[in-house]
Design a protein around this ligand. Sequence first.
Ligand code: PLP
Length: 222
Amino acid sequence: MASDLIKRNVARLLAELPDGVEVVAAAKARTPEEVLQAVQAGIKIVGENYVKEAKQAYELLGRKARWHFIGTLQKHNVRRNVLEIFDMIESVDSLEIAREIDRKCAQMGKIMPILIEVNSGREPQKSGVLPEDVEQLVGETSGLRNIKVTGLMTMGPRFGNPEDSRPYFVETRRIFDRIKGLKLPNVEMRYLSMGMTNSYEVALEEGANIIRIGTKIFGARD
Ligand SMILES: *Cc1c(COP(=O)(O)O)cnc(C)c1O
C-alpha cells in the first residue's frame, strides 16, 4: 500500500481514539517497510503473529516501536532471541507456555509482561483459555517470578456485524474486573486488549484500552 495512504489511515485512527487507549498495529503479512511507515505516522506498538515476520520487521525498526506478540506461541519459538524483541506477549493461554517464557526470561534477567488470552467465543479451533479457566491460569502464572500478568486479551468470533461481538467483549470485561478485584500478588490487571478493525468501536465501549488494528491501517490483506 502507498505510504501516504498508511499515513492518512493512522492519522485518522489516532484522531478518533479517546485518551488512554493504545493501538497495536497488527502487522501480519505486511512488509517491514509498511510497518515502518505506520510507526513514522505515529503508531507506537507493533503486533506480530509470526516470529519470522517479527524478526524481519525488528531488523528494520529496532526500538523505534514497542513490540507485542499477538499470535499463537509454540514452545519451540520461546527462545531468547525472540523474547528479546518483545515488550509484551498478549497471547499466553497455557501454564506450559507461561513456564517456558518464565524460564527463558529468568536466564535473561528479564521480566515479561503478559496478557492471558481468553477464548471468549468458546471456539474449539481458536487459541485462548475458556472463560471459566482464566482465573485459575492467572493464579498459576502469578507465581512465576519472571512473568507479570498485566491483563487479558480476546479475539472473539468473527462477525460481519460488529454488534454481534459485544457479548464476548462484555464477558471478557467481566472476567477482567472480577480478577482485578481479587488483588492477587504479582498481578496487575491494567490492560484489556479487545477489538480489531471491524469491532474496535464496540470494544472501546466495553472497556478495551488496547485495540489491535491491521486492515484499517494497512488496507485489506491479499
Ligand atoms: C490480524 C489480527 C488483528 C487485526 O485484524 P484486522 O481485522 O485486520 O484489524 C488483531 N488481532 C490479532 C490477534 C490478529 O491476528
